[in-house]
Design a protein around this ligand. Structure first.
Ligand code: GMT
Length: 373
């Protein structure tokens, strides 16, 4: 099968899912073509069966903004003519689904089918903005197939866009060999003393992640338990988070690592992972933490309750319940039996339900269904 994957290259869940999916499909013998304005960050490894097509963003003096949707559509048209794609899988609706539609209409009869994979704020935030709503609704309805990363996002898509289209829920997934509890590639001593617990958060630090809550939760924890907070990633709220850590006198206990490529070598060091988001269609970082045997404490929001279960592999509290999340964290960090139970359950659950190979099978099956429709 020949598949064109359109995605964002920046650090963030949708780019990670699209890249890992493409790598997995190429290892199954599919010919995979990635389209983006930069090389997606998890594609840095070389695989024989995939090609990256960089979409032009160059500007002309007349344009105040480069018309990316059109250059993306044009690239899809050109490369479809060269390679005869069976499917365009657009990850994140805006503007990828609309660009795919434009490409398919330009190509006419022999055009590939479009499958749009919805990830989160393309439905819950940006897609609802009046400037995007009508085209997002149209391009979702015009797709030949639709997938969402959680049941929550399926419902939200139906509610928000009032579409009758059937949606296939295919959850996010993890390469469980890379993301494992094995700490042999990590050096814990770089970050903490043996008596200190390590609490971790990893995100793109957008306001929906509530990253300042992470620092406030940590502040309560470290008053009871010797601990360090490791913050992985970068984004618009990083400055606020750093300032808050300084104001609370936590600078010597909070480590900012910024964007990291090899997060699978850092995550297993954590004793606990925090994800107190205000919105989370799935919460891929939490799944990666569970795969490394790290219990999760987060918000009862979006898709998180579909795989984080109280006293099974972590705890979820209402959004903004900083005291509650801190209390749950302290409970886990002061009870080795509980921590070990949550850790084992988390890893087991990921191995049973979220392994990359099984989810690649589900994408492939769905591609077949759409192709034969
Ligand atoms: O939707 C976004 O704001 C961005 C997107 C991303 O690229 O990081 O995140 C979403 O997609 C991830 C992968 O499917 C999900 O794990 C995240 O929960 C989701 N983010 C939100 O819903 C805020």
């Amino acid at each position: 099968m020949k598949i064109a994957i359109v995605c964002y290259p920046v650090k963030g869940g949708s780019g990670v899912v699209a890249s890992e999916l493409g790598i997995g499909l190429s290892r199954r013998g599919c010919e995979v073509h990635f389209f983006s304005y930069e090389l997606p960050f998890r594609l840095s490894t070389y695989e024989s069966n995939f090609i990256f097509h960089e979409v032009d963003t160059s500007n002309y003096p007349l344009f105040k903004y480069p018309p990316y949707t059109i250059t993306l559509a044009a690239k899809l048209v050109d490369e479809s003519l060269n390679h005869k794609f069976d499917i365009i899988n657009a990850h994140y609706a805006i503007p990828h689904a609309a660009a795919a539609y434009l490409a398919v209409k330009t190509l006419g009869e022999k055009a590939p089918k479009i499958i749009t994979t919805l990830h989160g704020t393309d439905i819950t935030l940006i897609g609802q903005d009046r400037s995007f709503y009508s085209i997002t609704k149209f391009s979702i309805e015009a797709s030949d197939g639709l997938t969402t990363v959680s049941k929550y996002l399926e419902d939200k898509t139906h509610d928000t866009f009032k579409i009758d289209k059937q949606i296939e829920v295919i959850p996010n997934f993890v390469d469980t060999q890379r993301f494992s509890p094995d700490q042999s590639e990590c050096n814990r001593d770089l970050f903490a003393n043996p008596d200190q617990k390590i609490i971790m958060h990893m995100s793109n630090y957008r306001p929906v992640k509530n990253a300042t809550h992470v620092v406030r939760i940590f502040d309560i924890i470290q008053k009871k338990i010797p601990a360090k907070l490791i913050l992985v990633g970068d984004g618009p709220d990083t400055g606020n988070v750093m300032n808050l850590a300084r104001e609370l006198g936590l600078s010597d206990r909070v480590i900012f690592l910024g964007n990291q490529d090899r997060v699978h070598q850092i995550l297993p060091l954590a004793d606990l992972f925090l994800l107190p988001s205000a919105s989370e269609a799935f919460g891929l970082a939490a799944l990666e933490a569970l795969s490394c045997g790290v219990p999760v404490v987060g918000s009862i929001v979006g898709g998180l309750p579909e795989f984080v279960f109280d006293s099974v592999n972590g705890y979820l509290c209402p959004i903004g319940d900083i005291e509650g999340m801190a209390a749950r964290s302290i409970e886990i960090l002061t009870n080795d039996d509980l921590r070990s139970k949550l850790s084992k359950n988390g890893r087991k659950q990921v191995l049973e339900k979220y392994k990359i190979d099984e989810i690649i099978d589900r994408y492939l099956k769905y591609y077949e269904v759409v192709l034969n429709d």
